[in-house]
Each structure stands twice: as C-alpha cells, then as structure tokens.
Design a binder for this molecule. Structure first.
Ligand code: ADP
Ligand code: MG
Length: 395
C-alpha cells in the first residue's frame, strides 16, 4: 500500500469504501444509470454474488449543487429501500457504504437483468406471462402505495429478473414518501411512461399537482408494451409523443392485438385513463378479471381463431390415426419372410445393423436399400453397396 493510500486510510471519509472493498470483490459492469455504475460483486467470506450500485460523488466531476442533489437523492433512495426491501417483489438492499467520493449500495443480484432486455429477446409476451409479471408488479406497487410511497420511474428497465424469471422492482431514485393529502409538482420520470397529469402540472401553474396514480399510468404503458412489443405512446419527435400522452391517444390496431382478449384490453384502458381519479388503484387492478383464477384456467388468449386451430388439428389427428389403423396388417410368418423391412420393429433392427456395417445411415431409395440386407438378392445388395449391377451387365 502506498503512503498516499495509507494516509487516505486514516481519513474517516475513506473508511466506507475501505470497508466495502474488504468485504466485497467487485467484478464486471452489469448496468449503468445516469450517475451510477452497477457491478456484479462477490462477498469475500461466503463467495455469494451480489450487485453493487456505485454512485460517484466526486467534486471534480460534479458542481456543488449537483453533489448536494445526488447525496440528498441517494439518502432518500436508501431510506425508502430500508423501509420496503423486505417485500418479495422489491429489490433487497443488503448493505450500504459511503465515502467522500463514492456511495456503494449492495443489492441481491438479479441474474437475468432487466425485463426490458428479456422483452427485447422475446419481442412480445403472452397474456399468461404478462399476467404473472403484472401481478407481481402490482403487488409491489400496492405495497408501496399503502406505505404512502410513490415510485415515479416504473418501466421495464427498472424491473429486474432472477434466474427463475421472478421479478423485483428496483431503482427508487425518483421515489418519495407522500404526507396525507400531499401532491407533487416536480417533472420527473422517463418520457414514454410519464402520466398526463405530470406533464399538465409542469405546464399549468394552477394545476393541483399529482399523486400515486402516476404509477398506475406507467403500469398501463408497461402492460401494453409487454403484449404488443412496442409502447402505446411513441413518436420520433418527443413533443408529439408528449402530446399523444396528454390526449391519451393510443390504439390497439397493430396485428399483435388481433388475438388478444377483450379482458386484457379493458384493463389497459382502465390504467391509461386520463383522469387520475378514475384510474384503477393497484388493489383494484389486482381484482380485475384478468387476474382472477377462473380466467387463468380458461386461458384468456383462447380466442375464436385459437379454437378453430385446435379443432382443425384435432380433426387432422383423427384422420391420421384412422388411416394408420386401416393400413395396419397382422404380423404373420409369411409376411415376415416376404417383406421383413415392411414391419416397423424388424425395420429398426435392419437399420441398426446397416448402421453397424456401414458406419452411417444407408438411405432407402437414392440407389441404396437397407431392406436388401435381409432379402439375399445379389442385385439389391449391390445397390445397397452403391454399385449398379445393370451398368456392367455381369448379373
Ligand atoms: P439508475 O438509478 O442510475 O437508473 P439502477 O438502480 O436502475 O440505476 O441500475 C441501473 C441498471 O443496473 C439497471 O437498469 C440494471 O440493468 C442494473 N442493475 C441494477 N441493480 C441490479 C441488480 N440488483 N441485479 C442486476 N442488475 C442490476
Ligand atoms: Mg434505472
């Protein structure tokens, strides 16, 4: 260790970082945020893997105001995380360390990463998969709202998945605790997921402000995106996209919606409700028919088109079984001698022998004939060996 590092060791504000590095071994980068880098890390003693969010608070990189802002918002994020971390669908904050230059937040590692990347791989999700993700997300949102916490940045990038594809809500950087009756005015979040009242509030001074309902609007945008593979409000020009949001202008017209149930569209409409007072709460949404068990058993995606396909397949399978049954002949000794290759069990035996002899599969037709192995006919055998007896006329 250098003299400089030794002297830094003695500084109390370096102690947090030292403690982190003594306990954890940081590895590769697994994600990046605006002012943070997230790395996989290994607990030195147990070898268990975690994720560490490293937030830079260096005076060289940030102005004093920015520094203050980052420190304050991280403190708020940590306080909320401590309060909600025990929920099964919310990321668990394991440890935190602070130094003069970095803040380290250690979380449980979500190995499959963001729901966003999962969706990118799969393009769009089935109603069944969407149901299980949305149910977990709404359980988490309900828990937050019942504790007067609003998340304000719900989006697939902040929903993380573990090995078994279970989800956990993360990134509480914009979340805040609401006092009874309190309304918010700050314009924050991610453009495509912003609720119309957040936008109106930033434009109209007389606007009363917004509340927890903004999270349910974002849930509607997420649900639409999971099922369609593209967001409901999107335009190359951001101003026009924000206009679409404020007008609540979106459509179920793309082909992805052809096979979707009316139930799922109904739930999305109830989330993407311009008037926040009319929007479903998380608890109400969990009571929607889309999440009811009888719906799960019936499978809401069994549309008339699916029913027709199932019926067509069933009819084809019956015809095929009938045709096979008609073709079936009893195995007699006469048949065994005359056409051994015609009997399935014997055919397998012949094929296995042919494979042993030639070291590769001998194809029927194409001047090769596996059946000839058991026919004791010189001409057929020669064909099997790839020679045409008619060519030289010896036989
Ligand atoms: P920011 O507030 O800067 O957006 P996040 O907390 O959202 O930071 O983390 C940024 C990214 O890092 C996430 O979108 C995700 O890809 C990755 N990440 C964060 N936490 C974890 C975790 N616990 N396990 C796996 N990846 C994570
Ligand atoms: Mg994030």
């Amino acid at each position: 260790m250098t003299r400089e590092a030794e002297s830094r060791d003695e500084l109390p504000d370096w102690a947090g970082a030292k403690e982190f590095y003594q306990k954890y071994d940081p590895k590769e980068i697994i994600g990046r945020g605006v002012s943070s880098t997230v790395r996989r890390c290994v607990h030195r003693e147990t070898g268990r893997e975690y994720a560490v969010k490293i937030i830079e608070v260096t005076p060289e990189r940030l102005s004093p105001e920015q520094l203050h802002e980052v420190r304050m918002s991280t403190a708020k994020e940590m306080q909320i995380l401590h309060q909600v971390s025990q929920h099964p669908y919310i990321i668990t904050l394991i440890d935190s360390y602070e130094s003069s230059t970095f803040i380290f937040l250690v979380f449980d590692l979500m190995k499959r990463g963001e729901l966003f990347d999962y969706l990118t791989d799969k393009v769009k999700l089935s109603e069944k998969e969407t149901r299980s993700i949305m149910r977990a997300l709404l359980e988490a949102v309900s828990y937050l709202h019942n504790n007067n916490i609003v998340h304000r940045d719900l989006k697939p990038e902040n929903i993380l998945m573990d090995d078994c594809l279970n989800i956990k809500l993360s990134d509480f950087g914009f979340s805040c605790v609401l006092r009874p009756g309190e309304k918010l005015r700050e314009l924050c979040g991610t453009p495509g997921y912003l609720a119309p009242e957040i936008l109106r509030c930033s434009m109209e001074e007389a606007h009363p402000g917004y509340g927890k309902e903004v999270d349910l609007w974002a849930c509607g945008v997420i649900m639409f995106t999971l099922l369609a593979g593209s967001p409901p409000f999107w335009h190359r020009r951001q101003m026009l996209m924000l206009r679409m949001i404020m007008d609540g202008r979106y459509e179920f017209t793309s082909p992805e919606w052809d096979d979707r149930s009316a139930t799922v569209k109904d739930l999305i409409c109830r989330f993407l409700q311009l008037n926040p007072e009319k929007r479903l709460t998380a608890d109400q949404a969990l009571q929607h028919p889309f999440f009811q068990s009888h719906q799960m058993e019936q499978g809401p995606s069994v549309t008339p088109y699916h029913r027709f396909r199932i019926a067509a397949w069933a009819a084809l399978a019956c015809v095929s079984i009938l045709a096979r049954w008609r073709r079936a002949r009893p195995v007699t000794s006469e048949l065994l001698i005359r056409d051994p290759y015609g009997i399935k069990g014997v055919r397998r035996l012949i094929d296995a022998c042919a494979f042993r002899i030639y070291g590769h599969w001998v194809k029927k037709g194409e001047r090769q004939n596996r059946a000839a192995l058991f026919q004791h006919q010189a001409k057929a055998l020669l064909l099997t060996l790839g020679e045409d007896p008619d060519e030289d006329g010896d036989i």
